[in-house]
Design a protein. Structure first.
Ligand code: AMP
Length: 425
């Protein structure tokens, strides 16, 4: 089979790495890809926003499956365009991608289907939003309704902060994404990421993961796209997994099918595990980044077969096997991230680092300049390791980092601390 993967980040490198090991694969293409992906796939300079060009390429190269990595092309309807041209793809339609594309849509769906989530109100009108705010306890969470590249969420600890967040949203700080604002109850507990493949009717749980969103050690400083992750998440016991499937994932799949927008692809639930049980914080309609990097390190089954079964709607006959090992990934970011990252600094020592037993290094934001490898984004490398325990995986990942010579980058020194503490008790 010929497969075209769409995307250019560390998530796509991890997916490409897993897909390239499939016995079903003839040739893997990636649009646009990156230098790491180029080691396992043929990278093609196609813009995912240009649906016609992607369709033409699929026809020319006889692509049997398109795997869409990031949310933007999904929300823009790349899947629908492929489907209308008779090209098989992995990912939701535009209508189903609303689960990520509109927080208000998801909140309303939860309310109707009785799915546990934070209490909320959604507003386009400033006065109505402010009136609602005055009755809410602090802290309170203010979110832009649409896609805001992870930047549209404010956890306000004062009324002024909450009001400023509402104003920022409604006055266009996030463009069209902020035309509507969602105000939410603050949930207390431990966060976990949970993934399930869905074929429109059946949902199959994948492994769980936890990530570190803050830029600094001790989970301090501004939010980022994720500075590291590990799988499994110790808090996601088999009982908790069953509960999440029963109370959150399965009712969502059913509600989407009932609305005539069946969800196909991977559903990524951001959860808060509260004293009252699991609650949905938000959905993403694609694989997590950097969570995918750790999931792929633990997946024993053929990823391509699983994605095909999802696209073909035959997941009910499917099963997945996972390694009992722990996988852990550390994000190396360019100095300046999550503000303006410094681009173009040289990275050396990757070949030596890759020799560390149990380690894979996924490229997230790099480019080649002749033989030199340069940083080309905020999050640049994902140094990922597998071990029998979280401590073993962490030690291997940090041993690999010690071999990387990149003064232009930084990383957190405490990835996995929560899981490590749990493993000691
Ligand atoms: P989101 O973009 O919706 O995932 O929000 C980003 C982060 O904000 C989440 O990962 C949580 O850490 C935090 N967050 C969002 N909503 C809530 C909430 N209702 N209660 C507590 N924390 C939240």
């Amino acid at each position: 089979m010929n497969v075209l993967l769409v995307g250019a980040g560390g998530r796509e490198h991890a997916l490409a790495w897993a897909l390239s090991a499939s016995p079903l694969l003839t040739k893997l293409f990636c649009a646009p890809g990156n230098p790491g992906i180029a080691e396992v796939a043929q990278c093609v300079a196609l813009d995912p926003a240009n649906h016609e060009l992607i369709i033409e390429y699929c026809r020319d190269e006889r692509i049997d499956l398109v795997v869409i990595g990031p949310e933007a092309p999904l929300v823009a309807g790349l899947g629908d365009a492929l489907g209308e041209s008779g090209i098989r793809y992995f990912g939701p339609t535009k209508a189903a991608a609303k689960l990520e594309g509109s927080k208000g849509f998801t909140k309303d769906l939860c309310r109707k289907a009785n799915i546990p989530t934070a209490a909320y109100g959604r507003f386009m009108d400033r006065d109505a939003a402010m009136t609602y705010l005055t009755a809410q306890p602090l802290p309170v969470v203010v979110k832009a309704d649409g896609l805001a590249a992870g930047k549209g969420v404010v956890i306000a600890t004062t009324r002024q902060e909450a009001e400023a967040a509402v104003d920022a949203c409604l006055s266009g700080a996030f463009g069209a994404a902020g035309a509507e604002v969602v105000i939410e109850e603050f949930l207390e507990g431990e966060e976990a990421s949970f993934f399930a493949l869905c074929d429109g009717v059946t949902a199959l749980p994948l492994a769980s993961a936890q990530d570190h969103k803050r830029v600094g050690d001790g989970d301090t400083g501004p939010n980022t796209g994720g500075m590291g992750a590990y799988s499994p998440a110790p808090i996601m016991t088999p009982q908790m997994t069953n509960r999440v499937m029963r109370e959150i994932i399965n009712p969502t799949v059913k509600a989407m099918a009932d609305r005539g927008a069946p969800f196909k692809g991977v559903l990524f639930a951001g959860l808060m595990i509260t004293d009252a049980g699991p609650k949905l914080i938000e959905y993403n309609v694609r694989f997590g980044d950097p969570e995918t990097q750790v999931l792929m390190m633990r997946l024993k089954s053929d990823l391509l077969a699983a994605l095909l079964a999802t696209a073909d709607g035959v997941l009910s006959n499917f099963d997945l096997r996972w390694s009992d090992d722990t996988a852990l990934t550390i994000v190396m970011a360019a100095n300046g991230y999550p503000g303006t990252p410094v681009k173009g600094t040289e990275i050396k020592g990757l070949d030596a680092a890759k020799q560390t037993p149990g380690v894979e290094i996924f490229h997230a934001g790099t480019r080649r300049d002749g033989a030199r490898l340069l940083a080309d984004g905020g999050r640049v490398l994902n140094v990922t390791a597998r071990g029998r325990t979280v401590a073993e995986a962490r030690d291997a990942a940090y041993a690999a980092i010690a071999r990387i010579d990149w003064p232009g980058g930084f990383y957190r020194k405490d990835i996995g601390w929560r899981a490590l503490e749990r493993s000691k008790t």
